[in-house]
Design a protein around this ligand. Structure first.
Ligand SMILES: *Cc1c(COP(=O)(O)O)cnc(C)c1O
Length: 421
């Protein structure tokens, strides 16, 4: 359980008692660094991720040349197993590092659509799911003569299990939801929802983009069938680093993905003409993996494992508790409202606030060296990265936000949101 942290607590005391404080130096910082509260969109670079990429370039690629493929070829499987064991609660041979989250979602949802009985023609998701998920599912449905049934979820409180239960039935092939909502951080009850979906005879696919590296996940215990997630948010593997996919062992023989590339071919180097996919999770590979990216994920996973996902979640809850107290004490009087579940246990690694001038306040924050991010409509997301954010960071960030609004500084910024936001 999380205990409240009063708003008037000295953040330096909290920092001194922080068992993860020593991890801050594992990341690249500059002297004039901004306070970075956007690690849930793009994690800060760990030194060892840079070192891993340079090792591939300067040693493996340079000296071994083509011969390096003798070990590179197994790397996406090995790193998938590392990730599975250290923070996903999955078994060896169930997780693969390959492609992007969007492409992996396409592969897994298409595999389910292909294998579904003729009577199951519906894919269920919610309108608060990340847009790429909604688009990919719409595309899969169109290609398989299926329909997408989109339930409404409250954008601040997440998916309503009762609304979901009412939308899932004998016609449903697949349910796809985010475990941690990208906007509000609301956590969905993975085990209860998966059980309900299974009771209807459908399969469950979880998007773990905002969970992995932040909230412990137990794919085996929750009964999840399939999952995808990215590695550049709480895992800090770098912009566009390859994503992962999870296929429950028992399902692997029944599912065949739609992109028949040579890296999923049995005896790939026989160069034979007929496609015969590998058994196991290797059947979900496609073409040549980006090894610099996979090596970056390997180093990033190692760093999170060293700290331990449970310790990360503990600190995340405490950072959130402190931030929530500060928001209540200092920001609500200035027109901010909480746009995340009030119960900390039901919130992932970030906290979202609403303000009618959120875009302009976000721009003013950048000018004052505090980086959060803006999300439609009128929301500012503050992501807390337990490996490099301190309680003092949060104290300073909230002071800056309060000062901006108290002085009306945001009025000097263009109210029209920019293209990248
Ligand atoms: C960040 C995110 C994605 C990103 O997908 P990409 O293919 O990496 O662009 C997908 N889903 C969710 C829920 C996300 O938060």
């Amino acid at each position: 359980m999380v205990t409240d942290i009063p708003a008037d607590t000295d953040p330096r005391e909290l920092d001194r008692a922080d068992p993860l404080a020593r991890f801050r130096t594992q990341f690249a910082h500059d002297d004039d660094d901004a306070i970075y509260l956007d690690g849930n969109s793009l994690g800060r670079p760990p030194h060892r991720v840079r070192d891993a990429i340079m090792r591939v370039v300067d040693q493996e690629w340079r000296h071994e040349l083509i011969r390096a493929w003798n070990h590179w070829i197994d790397l996406p499987h090995k790193v998938g197993d590392d990730l599975a064991a250290s923070m996903l609660g999955a078994r060896p041979g169930e997780v693969l590092i390959w492609d992007s989250t969007s492409v992996n979602l396409y592969k897994l949802a298409s595999a389910v659509a292909q294998a579904a009985p003729k009577t199951r023609t519906v894919i269920v998701t919610d309108d608060d799911n990340f847009p790429t998920d909604q688009y990919i599912l719409q595309g899969v449905a169109e290609q398989h003569n299926m329909t997408v049934r989109t339930i409404h979820s409250d954008i601040d409180h997440g998916v309503d299990p009762a609304a979901l239960a009412a939308a899932v039935g004998k016609d449903t092939a697949l349910v796809c939801l985010s475990h941690v909502a990208y906007r509000s951080g609301a956590i969905a009850d993975m085990t209860a929802i998966t059980e309900m979906v299974h009771a209807s005879g459908a399969l469950m696919l979880w998007d773990l983009c905002h969970s992995v590296g932040s909230v412990p996940v137990d794919l085996t215990a929750s009964g999840a069938d399939l999952a995808v997630g990215c590695t550049y948010k709480h895992l800090n593997a770098g912009p566009g680093a390859p994503a992962f996919l999870y296929v429950r062992q028992e399902l692997q023989p029944q599912l065949r993905q739609p992109i028949w590339g040579w890296f999923s071919q049995t005896n790939q180097f026989d160069m034979s003409g007929d496609y015969n996919p590998l058994p196991g999770v290797g059947g979900f590979a496609v073409g040549t993996p980006g090894i610099m990216g996979v090596a970056a994920v390997e180093a990033a996973v190692e760093l999170v494992s060293e700290a331990g996902i449970d310790a990360i979640r503990q600190k995340s809850l405490r950072l959130n508790a402190y931030a929530s107290a500060l928001v209540a004490a200092e920001l609500t009087a200035l027109g901010f409202t909480l746009a995340s579940p009030a119960d900390l246990e039901k919130r992932g690694g970030h906290l979202t606030v609403h303000h009618p001038q959120a875009w302009q306040i976000g721009q003013a924050m950048h000018g004052r060296y505090v980086i959060g991010d803006y999300r439609e409509p009128d929301r500012i997301r503050l992501g807390f990265a337990p490996l490099y954010n301190s309680y003092s960071d949060i104290r300073s960030a909230v002071s800056v936000m309060a000062d901006i609004v108290a002085k009306g500084e945001q009025d000097r910024f263009d109210p029209t949101p920019g293209r990248v936001r």
